[in-house]
Design a protein around this ligand. Structure first.
Ligand SMILES: [Zn+2]
Length: 99
């Protein structure tokens, strides 16, 4: 049994971290990560991110992922911490109706 948590990036444009030019040219990509277990339920993080292409032909950055300051390892560590608190675990179980 698996619970899938989705992380979506819904911004339509982003700023190149190198030249600061706004870009609205992107492609979606998907990733899946295991983040642990609650009781017998497997928790997975489904990631939908956007890979942006810099539209400035003078820029050496071809593509970039915005909001990458907090990476997924850190997000997973935060989530694992939240789940490790007994009271939160109880609430999560109630929310997903897990007994
Ligand atoms: Zn650029």
């Amino acid at each position: 049994m698996t619970i899938i948590l989705c992380v979506l990036n819904l911004n339509d444009n982003a700023v190149c971290p190198v030249c600061k030019m706004k870009s609205s040219h992107f492609k979606n990509f998907y990733g899946m990560m295991d983040i642990g277990k609650i009781k017998d339920w497997k928790l997975q993080l489904k990631i939908k991110e956007r890979l942006y292409y810099c539209e400035n032909s003078q820029c050496k950055k071809e593509n970039f992922i915005p909001n990458a300051q907090v990476d997924y390892k850190e997000k997973i560590a935060n989530f694992s911490y939240v789940v490790s608190i007994p009271e939160n675990k109880k609430r999560i179980c109630e929310f997903f109706d897990i007994n």
